[in-house]
Design a protein around this ligand. Sequence first.
Ligand code: DHB
Ligand code: FE
Length: 279
Amino acid sequence: MAKILAGMGTSHVPGVGAAMDNGKTDEPYWQPLFKGFEPLRAWHKDNVPDVNIIVFNDHATSYSLDGYSTFTIGVAEEFQPADEGWGPRKVPVVKGHPELAWHLVEQLMAEEFDMAVAGSLDVDHGLTVPLSIAYDQPDEWPAAVVPLCVNVIQHPLPTSARCLKLGQAIGRAIASFDQDISVGIWGTGGLSHQLGGERAGVVNPDFDKAFLDNLVNNPQANAALSHTDFIREAGCEGIEMIMWNVMRGALNENVKETYRFYHIPVSATAYGAIILENA
Ligand code: DHB
Ligand code: FE
């Protein structure tokens, strides 16, 4: 049977990928961030699962605002890095895991989550930047990936509570997968940030800290937050944090926090990362 190795949360700020791709990580602006990644990268070196389920969002890259599915699972053999306007990032192709992906689709549909299925999907910074943060610059990514895309762009969005419940169903689906593999589950996006409009630049460390604390010990408190709560407290794009609930839901009720890192500013955002292991 498949087993969960751990859960990871991380922001996916595109500038972090660009700093790596353009050799700027030693510059004073980026140095504290990449220093902060050192324990994270050491952990990932020692803890490589067979597959990572990466919960992420597309930023109107592969989807258009004319049509967003709420939850999508990528079932392809591989996923190309997307062209977001500057050409695709020169990072390895993302290898899929069709067997686990289809098992998730079937189990989640049986649990009344109406999943969309993507037979092809170019993946933008929402998925490739977390891989770069965890694994640096390898010739190929060390684990296969099942992309799970959440609509946090085109309202109406799924609720925070729905995301936690989806994660719980994913946890059950992993436990019923008939292969002896280990699975990482990643929530990406956030933390507080707003990229446009009158409140552009908003960050809220108090809210982010409370969210991370509750993520560990009281995920129901984060599930109870409304979209308005997130947008008021954490900015329009801070709503991406609901994807961390999917990761948390897949884990046991009791978890141990192995790593946490928080840093401001990265681009116009608060950067956050966490690793949670089942207690
Ligand atoms: C930026 C973009 C994002 O998608 C995000 O989650 C954070 C920051 C940016 O353009 O800086
Ligand atoms: Fe984003």
